[in-house]
Design a protein around this ligand. Sequence first.
Ligand code: PGA
Ligand code: ZN
Length: 439
Amino acid sequence: MAAGWETGADLIVGVRAIEVLDSRGNPTVEVHVAAKRGKGAAIAPSGASTGIFEAVELRDGGKRYGGKGVATAVSNVNKIIGPKLVGMHATDQVGLDSLMRKLDGTDDKHKLGANAIVATSMACAKAAASCLGLKTHEYLGARKRVVIPVPFCNVINGGKHAANGLAFQEYMVAPIGAKRFSEAMEATCSIYHTLGKKLQAKHGPGSTNVGDEGGYAPPFATVAEPLAFLEEVVEETGWKGKVFFALDLAASSFFENGKYLVDGKKLTPGELADVLSGLCKEYPIISIEDPFEENAFGDFASFTKKHPKIQVVGDDLLVTNTTRIKTALEQGACNALLLKPNQAGSLSEAVAAVETAYENGWGVMASHRSGDSEDVFIASLAVGLGIGQLKSGAPARGERTSKYNNLLRIESFSEGSVEYAGKNFRRPVTSVPKLWRGE
Ligand code: PGA
Ligand code: ZN
């Protein structure tokens, strides 16, 4: 437990869940945890291009909200989880999470719901921080040294996040050469706005309609075209050499009968790898997430070996799951973890995944979900654990900007030393701070 528990200020006195809405208008779980001297609340995010191995979100089914209601998950918190947590220390994150795992009793948390458990888990951490008079990121580890992650902003949306027929899901800009986080956001916004004007000029007014993560979603003819656009925009805005590109293919979403459907063609894994190698040669790409479908450890491994300088990130492949991370490590399948706490289903399991990644020299990118909310926990967690990268969509729509704004506040108000991860984005720190567990 984190220091401070001895006084009993962090004893949990009440837990209450309610149903609120995510950014797609679907219900999600919000949990409020009250402790003796503080409180915290958190909202479970929700994916669209979810990995099949993720911890399971519990949905009610039936007619209400098209089957997407979370009344059962809410009731599981109020009737099963909450009463058991009362009287425990909010700072005992590992104890709280393992009790919830035990109450659920399944490997994938489908009985009580990963949405119920993760929201409670995050709310406990926020309550613990408040009891100790700390900000969430300070409680999670960033007290003396504060590292602000590089924003990987998804300015062009495709895949399951848009209806434009573009196979690749995310085209991100990463201002690793900015001097500080606030400058990185200035670069990102200037690129986002200039891109919007250029798209309108070429594709007409409807081309700046946005996808689920706030990025533009015009009808591109090929997966290469967005990169050509972005390259021009970066040059025009004066950020060349400081802003680089990253992709998330979310390749499981266009994988069918052993082939990848890209630009009207059916590609073998080898042909898709060649397309990606070509793009890496032509454009300043520093990171590629899920270049192949979620079971393709072997194809990931050959690609990672062939491109030692590119960060290869596992999202659907790893689902923030330590067992799958170990398989990927054995096979050399990738070299970075995408961190989504709701894939693991609890905070301490998510932190364990980060620890495994760091111990093995991997990078880590913290991530929002396409269905997200005003909750900024993921940004606080990134700073707390010294994670050098955060993806939270485009600099548009409140559920996306709330995370970036949280980082702007941390950068402005931190009293200790503040660094921008910048070019060290893959590994600004070498181990997870132990403060949150009091070790
Ligand atoms: P999701 O998308 O939240 O819809 O899964 C994000 C991602 O694939 O990284
Ligand atoms: Zn992804």
